[in-house]
Design a protein around this ligand. Structure first.
Ligand code: HEC
Length: 143
């Protein structure tokens, strides 16, 4: 049941629920397999690199939930911003970035800096974002 839900959310979130397939395009099944692969890879990366401090995006967590509306809240384009933030949050703040400075004020007793520039590739970060986006949807659908 849950897998079916994840599957259809991934499908609708990326391809649109009513998309039609043209002959020379990859089949929906192939595309879906690929997306499930991205999702699973993102989930594994999250468990490895983020879970120690963050609740998974699909978990229900009220106040201060880091992923709530994340991609709408962040300075746009959000994906690029989050890549810079996760690669080196201190560098972003030191550059005078307003959002990063506000975040730091909001969590005044936290010395932690996100510094994944050497441990996560751009493609891994994309998988991670995909997982977070689907997770946030699952979360809001399950209210
Ligand atoms: C050692 C703890 C720790 C780890 C590991 C960690 N974070 Fe964070 N994260 C924090 C803290 C603390 C904050 C609050 C802001 C700050 O101090 O930077 C935060 C803030 C964030 C925010 C900003 C939320 C907002 O409201 O704008 C995002 C997004 C985020 N983390 C994603 C991640 C992801 C994705 C990973 C894994 C690749 C990760 N974090 C790993 C501790 C952590």
């Amino acid at each position: 049941m849950r897998i079916t839900l994840i599957f259809s959310i991934i499908y609708c979130a990326t391809l649109g629920c009513d998309s039609t397939i043209k002959k020379d395009e990859p089949t929906t099944v192939d595309r879906n397999k690929e997306l499930v692969g991205n999702y699973e890879s993102g989930k594994t990366l999250f468990t490895t690199y983020c879970r120690a401090c963050h609740f998974p995006p699909e978990s229900k967590h009220g106040h201060n939930y880091a992923f709530h509306n994340l991609f709408d809240r962040l300075p746009q384009p959000a994906e690029k911003y989050l890549m810079d933030f996760l690669k080196n949050s201190k560098a972003l703040r030191d550059s005078g970035d307003k959002y990063a400075l506000e975040l730091d004020k909001y969590w005044p007793h936290n010395e932690y800096e996100h510094k994944f520039a050497d441990s996560l590739t751009t493609s891994q970060l994309s998988d991670l974002f995909f997982y977070i986006k689907v997770g946030v949807r699952l979360n809001s659908n399950s209210k």
